[in-house]
Ligand binder design. Structure first.
Ligand SMILES: CC(C)(COP(=O)(O)OP(=O)(O)OC[C@H]1O[C@@H](n2cnc3c(N)ncnc32)[C@H](O)[C@@H]1OP(=O)(O)O)[C@@H](O)C(=O)NCCC(=O)NCCS
Length: 164
């Protein structure tokens, strides 16, 4: 019997999170420290992946992460995430991090991160997830770009085995 994988619109995996940066999140310059931003990115990414898969997930990889602008104590940190692409058991989630000045409303782009989550069962074995259906033009672009990143990650993982 042919197995037909379920599919879900990309927009159903969209999540958004917001927090105020507190002094205990900060480095000695009064900016949120990178590790705290990375933790929030992983939390937002995992929620988005679980929302798509409706399954337990683990973080398999995080791509290179550049911090473009600081977020200061007292400012708001926003994280928006959605599943860009789903393989058979893995999902690429894109997380965009923005800072907001609470008094002026000025927004700054702090980072964009791409993470891969894998759905796993109770034995830690990878489990199938639904396909992602991109609908809007933006979503179709994110899907196509995620597919290219997936191919690059796979090539990077295979390179040591192939001696390249
Ligand atoms: C992620 C994990 C489940 C993958 O296990 P595995 O035996 O390599 O699984 P498989 O070979 O069956 O691959 C499963 C999927 O994961 C993907 N994958 C595995 N390792 C990956 C990596 N490093 N980066 C990106 N994707 C990866 C595979 O491409 C495959 O995707 P697909 O089904 O969509 O094609 C396993 O390595 C693991 O449990 N790692 C620890 C995760 C963890 O504990 N994270 C928390 C921080 S330590």
């Amino acid at each position: 019997m042919t197995h037909i994988r379920p599919s879900k619109p990309m927009r159903e995996s969209q999540i958004s999170m917001m927090e105020i940066v507190m002094p205990n999140d900060a480095n000695t310059h009064g900016n949120i420290f990178g590790g705290r931003v990375m933790s929030l990115i992983d939390i937002a990414g995992a929620m988005s992946a679980v929302r798509h898969a409706r399954h337990a997930v683990v973080t398999a990889s995080i791509d290179r992460l550049d911090f473009r602008a600081p977020i200061r104590v007292g400012q708001f940190i926003h994280l928006q995430a959605n599943v860009n692409y789903a393989g058979r058991t893995s999902m690429e989630v894109g997380v965009r991090v923005m800072g907001e000045h609470p008094l002026t409303g000025e927004m700054s782009h702090t980072a964009t991160a791409y993470l891969v989550y894998v759905a796993v069962d109770k034995q830690g074995q990878s489990a199938e997830v639904p396909e992602v259906v991109p609908e809007s033009e933006d979503e179709q672009r994110w899907y196509a770009e995620a597919e290219e990143r997936r191919a690059r990650r796979l090539a990077d993982r295979l390179r040591p085995l192939l001696g390249g």
